[in-house]
Write a protein that binds this ligand. Sequence first.
Ligand SMILES: Nc1ncnc2c1ncn2[C@@H]1O[C@H](COP(=O)(O)OP(=O)(O)OP(=O)(O)O)[C@@H](O)[C@H]1O
Ligand SMILES: [Mg+2]
Length: 272
Amino acid sequence: MGNTGLNELQTWKAKEVVSVNGVTIECCNLTKTFGGLKAVDDVSVTFEAGKVTALIGPNGAGKTTLFHLISGFLRPDSGQIFYRGRRIDGLPPWRIAQMGIGRLFQDVRVFGKLSALDNVRVAFRKQSGENPLWTVVRRLKVNREEQTFTEEAKRLLQFVGLSELENALAEDLSYGQQKLLTIARLLAAGADVFLLDEPTAGVNPEMVRSLLSLIRRLAEEGKTVVVIEHNMNVVMEIADWVFFMDEGQIIAFGLPEEVLGDRAVRTAYLGI
Ligand SMILES: Nc1ncnc2c1ncn2[C@@H]1O[C@H](COP(=O)(O)OP(=O)(O)OP(=O)(O)O)[C@@H](O)[C@H]1O
Ligand SMILES: [Mg+2]
């Protein structure tokens, strides 16, 4: 662990309950159909803590649908999803998010009129200041808590590389910076799993570097990181494991060089 400001206790807890082989998310025989189309077809995958797993495949392969299933935005027709051994399919999205499964959507979601710092501060849970009675009775404690949140929010902004912009309005940040901010917000909310859908799409090359470095550091902090990514150079650079999906099915799994070197994958995906 670096001195990068993630909540040590939280990280320790995450490591403590992780299963022996480090698997945090386990999908078993997941199927989701839309009309006659099998968008996700009998998919079984596992994602590990401390690793970056890339999910690749051509347009319409079912990658985003798989993320929707894991985060509870869609219910599978059949199959199961486990998070740290607990069954989560069928739970509402807010509950799954609360358990620690965070998602970075392609359209970033930040509070434009709030500063970067406030965007992170409001993402912390259990803010006793929200209860007016609590505020009156235990004002001192609340002040202390707010101070802790502020310090922690600053540490998270530092972790994602936005310290110098803590007072900037979120709407004035670049698209890539807003993605970094979203990741800081997910960390503040206690996310342990990061489902990142094409995080580098539309981000300027300079900011892509920061984003990729952050993705690696999330894994180094013990987080489970799953990235849908179309850029194979990015996959080679950041992924520990790769799943290749096509027409709803997992066609290949392995190390990046294995999967990207696979003839069937190259034909289906790269057309070569
Ligand atoms: N809500 C929906 N209703 C009907 N069909 C859908 C729905 N969502 C996705 N699909 C279809 O399911 C298939 C898988 O879509 P999905 O968005 O998961 O693909 P993807 O791998 O994320 O593709 P891309 O790389 O283009 O983002 C596609 O054929 C898509 O048109
Ligand atoms: Mg998609």
